[in-house]
Ligand binder design. Sequence first.
Ligand code: TMP
Length: 207
Amino acid sequence: MKGKFVTFEGCEGVGKSRQIKLLEEYLSENGVKYFLTREPGGTDVSEQIRKILLDGKNAEMTDRCEALLYAASRAQVVSETILPRLNAGELVFCDRFVDSSFAYQGKARNLGYKFIEEINSFVLECCMPDVTIFLDLSPEQAFLRKGGADMTDRLETSGTDFHRAVYKGYLELAEKYKDRIVKIDASGSKAETHAKIIAALKEKGVI
Ligand code: TMP
């Protein structure tokens, strides 16, 4: 793996998409070449899996099925785009990656980190991120900022306890993988958070 791989993580409504947009503007202005993808999604097959995962009508989906579908979507985007680009020496950004599975399915769905490691072993072997930007904001603050949950989204409507557990999971992961995961306080203004992200990426030698 010759390129650099950076992922973005955080609870719903922390401003991740907005921050990625601001980062893209910064990179373009500074002539930095990059490739951006997202999870679940990023390829035709993975986007189809995303629809199944987020569809509020699929209320009967089991936790294991959910975890395996995220892993399946990941397997496709890793082989089709992430790995070839990293092997070609590119800078690759991904909006969410395996840490989301650890936090959402491992912690909040109670499947355990070991199960997530097992079904994502191909990721652990081939392409763990070099740097993960974790936007740190509690679900209470995030949903307040977002103006409530999207009622058609199966994951967003999973309830307060679920999202608190996701947040706890992220905090545990940030502690466990201190070298890789950079915790960024996302409670300030968009500009403040953006500046912190740029500083972190510079410090980590990504840009
Ligand atoms: P997004 O809306 O940030 O694109 O993410 C889609 C949803 O999928 C979000 O609720 C987080 C969830 N998710 C998981 O539960 N596990 C995963 O492995 C990934 C990548 C996302």
